[in-house]
Design a protein around this ligand. Structure first.
Ligand code: NAD
Length: 359
C-alpha cells in the first residue's frame, strides 16, 4: 500500500529545506522501494497569503488523510503586524492542537564530526544520543485554574495549576517505552516527586505501566534538578528521557545545546492518530531565499518519520547513515563551517545526502 505524506513547506527557508527532504523521498522511492506519494499544502504566512488563513481547511483535511505530515517552518516579519489568529504561528499551534499531537520527541545526537561546535568538552559529549519525550498538550501549561487575579486586600497573585490524569501519563509513557524498544531499551522518567504530588502521581503511573506492559525496558527515575545537572555532567548516561510538559520544555532546550547547532536537530510531534515531523528551527528570514540553509534537520526529520510512522527503521538508518557520511566527508553548509572554511549550498547538501544513500 502506498504511504501518503502531507508536505507543508511553510515560509522562509521552509520551502528550501523541504525541497531537499523531498529529494530524499524521491531517492528512497526510486532506488530503495519505498512506496510513497506526497502532496503539498499551504500553512503559515503562505496559507494566509494564498488562502486567507494560516491553517486552511484543505491543509487540515490533507493532514488527516495522510500517514504523516512533514513541515518546514512558518513565520517571518511580513506577517508580524497581523492579528494573532491570522499569524503564521497560529497555523502551527492550530495543526498541533487539531491533530492532538501530545508527544513531542526531540532527539539529541552529537555527531562526532561536529564535536567542536559544542561549548562542552569533547569527552563529555562524544557519543551522546538522547531522545527527550515531552508531554505536549497538558500539565502546567494547560491546567486550570490559571491567571492573574486581584485579592480583597488589593494584592495580586498569579496562578497556574499542574495537573495530570492517569490516561495522560499512560499515553506519553507508552510512547517513551515504545521508542526505547527501538533504541537502547532504557527510559529515565524525570519528575519532582519529592515535592510535587502531581509528579509523585506521575512516578506511580509510569512505574505501574512499566511493570504491567514494559518490563523488558530498563526504567529509572530522576528528580528534575538532578537531571538538569546530569545532562551537563554526564549526558551519555541517558537513552530516552520522558517528562512533563514544562520539565521537557526546559530540559530539551538544555540538551539541544550539547550538539551546538540548531540546523542539525529534527523533531516529531505524535498523537494517537497523527504525527508531524519538522526541524526544531524556524523560518530563518535572515537567510531565506539564498540557498544557504542547512537542510539536515529536515532530512533527519524524514528519518524519524520512517522510524516512527512508516515502519521502515531500515530506511531511517540508511538516511541517518548518509547524513553521517556527508559530515565525515567534510561537507558543510555555512552554519557548520568553521571560520571561513568552504561550504556548500542547501541544494548541494541535499544532493550530497542523496548520493550517499547507497551502502
Ligand atoms: P530561527 O530558528 O528561524 O533562526 C535563528 C537563527 O538560526 C538565524 O540566524 C537563522 O539564520 C539560523 N538558522 C535557523 N535554521 C537554520 C538552518 N536550517 N540553517 C542555517 N541557519 C539556520 O529563529 P528566529 O529567527 O527566532 O525566528 C524566525 C521566524 O521563525 C519567526 O517568525 C518565528 O516565529 C519562526 N519560528 C518558527 C518555528 C517553526 O516553524 N517551528 C520555530 C521557531 C521560530
Amino acid at each position: 500500500m502506498t504511504l501518503k505524506i502531507a508536505v507543508l513547506p511553510g515560509d522562509g527557508i521552509g520551502t528550501e529545506i523541504v525541497r531537499e527532504a523531498l529529494k530524499v523521498f524521491e531517492a528512497l522511492r526510486d532506488r530503495h522501494g519505498l512506496e510513497i506519494s506526497w502532496q503539498e499544502a499551504l500553512i503559515g504566512g503562505a496559507g494566509f497569503d494564498e488562502a486567507g488563513s494560516p491553517l486552511p481547511e484543505e491543509t487540515l483535511a490533507l493532514a488527516r488523510d495522510s500517514d504523516a505530515v512533514l513541515l518546514g517552518a512558518v513565520g517571518g516579519p511580513k506577517w508580524e503586524p497581523l492579528d494573532k489568529p491570522l499569524r503564521p504561528e497560529a497555523g502551527l499551534l492550530g495543526i498541533r492542537a487539531e491533530l492532538e499531537l501530545f508527544a513531542n520527541y526531540r532527539p539529541v545526537k552529537v555527531h562526532r564530526q561536529l564535536i567542536g561546535a559544542s561549548t562542552l568538552k569533547p569527552e563529555v559529549i562524544d557519543g551522546v544520543d538522547i531522545l527527550v519525550v515531552r508531554e505536549l498538550v497538558s500539565g502546567i501549561y494547560f491546567g486550570q485554574p490559571r491567571g492573574i487575579e486581584t485579592l480583597a486586600d488589593g494584592q495580586q497573585r498569579g496562578i497556574n495549576t499542574l495537573v495530570y490524569t492517569t490516561s495522560e501519563i499512560e499515553r506519553i509513557g507508552r510512547k517513551a517505552f515504545e521508542a526505547a524498544r527501538l533504541r537502547s531499551g532504557r527510559v529515565c522518567s524525570v519528575d519532582k516527586a519529592n515535592v510535587l504530588e502531581c509528579t509523585e502521581f506521575w512516578r506511580q503511573v509510569v512505574t505501574k505501566l512499566h511493570q504491567e506492559e514494559y518490563s523488558d525496558i530498563e526504567l529509572s527515575h530522576m528528580y528534575v534538578d538532578n537531571a538538569a545537572m546530569q545532562l551537563i555532567r554526564n549526558p551519555k548516561q541517558f537513552d530516552v528521557i520522558v517528562t512533563t510538559n514544562m520539565f521537557g520544555d526546559i530540559l530539551s532546550d538544555e540538551a539541544s545545546m550539547l550538539t551546538g547547532s540548531i540546523g542539525m536537530l529534527p523533531s516529531a510531534s505524535i498523537g494517537e492518530k497523527y504525527a508531524m515531523y519538522e526541524p526544531i528551527h524556524g523560518s530563518a528570514p535572515d537567510i531565506a531565499g539564498q540557498n544557504l540553509a542547512n537542510p539536515l534537520a529536515t532530512i533527519l526529520s524524514v528519518a524519524m518519520m520512517l522510524r516512527f510512522s512508516l515502519n521502515r527503521p531500515d530506511l531511517a538508518d540508511r538516511v541517518e547513515g548518509a547524513v553521517d557520511r556527508v559530515l565525515s566527508d567534510g561537507i558543510r553548509t555555512a552554519d557548520l563551517a568553521a571560520g571561513g572554511a568552504s561550504c556548500v549550498s542547501c541544494s548541494e547538501m541535499g544532493d550530497a545526502v542523496c548520493d550517499r544513500l547507497e551502502d
